[in-house]
Design a protein around this ligand. Structure first.
Ligand SMILES: [Mn+2]
Length: 265
């Protein structure tokens, strides 16, 4: 039997809640060190913005990745759209992004509109930016295709997981505001796997990249279901069982859905 795989997404600065959840699942010890043994743990992005301590989340994730590097177990992280926003804000700030429309665009404007926290930008180091810029945006592990956003836009960078990750990384390191903006813009889209066409889109995405079920954050479960956060007790399986949404809406008063992934039957 393969080792358990956990995923958590959209922590948005709530480092205390994240620590409590990891501790409750015995993935960290009392001192906050990795204790996951033969477990894999994936952070699906959006460490930053909206909440109190995005850098605290980033540093916790990074420490756990390092502590697990020699085993047992494994901690991995991927980029969400808010990491791209934080990088873009740092690199380009108020620089205008060229585009045909009349409303001016800049990372600063989007960062302000999307819950950017000045304290996170002040504490964001060059080393943080370099580390983030090398993270993948998608991965396949066992049955699962792991991504931050519920969007098929990833396909614009390539036809395999490796191509997409390399393409996004090249854009983030390009120094070109338009290219970094396109990463932000496309990773911010959502809902590709909802509705009547959702299962077919999910099937096509899985056929392209691998895995038997898409696991993603980015779109808050309670908002989709049109219910109160209090009614959300776990992730949302949808699109004929081909997609699992794990964003509990921590930044909106919802739960942190640290999820042990159940193999697809
Ligand atoms: Mn997101």
């Amino acid at each position: 039997m393969s080792s358990p795989v956990y995923a958590v997404s959209d922590v948005h600065g709530h480092v205390r809640v994240l620590r409590e959840r990891l501790r409750a699942e015995r993935l960290i010890d009392r001192r906050g060190r990795w204790a996951g043994r033969d477990v894999s743990l994936w952070f699906l992005g959006d460490f930053f913005d909206r909440g109190p301590d995005g850098i605290g989340v980033l540093e916790l994730v990074r420490r756990l990745v390092q502590q697990s590097a020699d085993g047992p177990g494994e901690v991995r992280a991927m980029l969400g759209n808010h990491e791209v926003l934080a990088i873009g804000m740092r690199l380009f700030g108020s620089t205008e992004v060229p585009h045909p429309g009349s409303v001016p665009r800049s990372f600063e404007r989007s960062w302000t509109m999307n819950g950017g926290q000045p304290k996170d930008q002040q504490r964001l180091t060059e080393d943080h930016v370099a580390w983030l810029s090398d993270l993948p945006v998608m991965a396949v592990q066992d049955d699962w295709l792991l991504v931050h956003s519920d969007t098929t836009e990833y396909t614009r960078w390539g036809t395999s997981v490796a191509e997409v990750n390399a393409g996004v990384c090249a854009d983030l390191r390009s120094g070109d505001v338009a290219r970094v903006w396109e990463v932000w813009r496309h990773l911010t889209s959502r809902y590709s796997f909802r509705g009547d066409q959702g299962p077919a889109a999910a099937r096509g995405f899985l056929d392209q990249f691998g895995g038997r079920r898409i696991v993603h954050g980015h779109s808050i479960v309670a908002h989709w279901m049109g219910v109160d956060h209090a009614e959300v007790t776990g992730p949302l399986l949808y699109a004929d069982g081909l997609a699992l949404g794990i964003d509990g809406g921590l930044n909106d008063g919802g739960p942190c859905l640290l999820t042990r992934l159940v193999p697809v039957g």
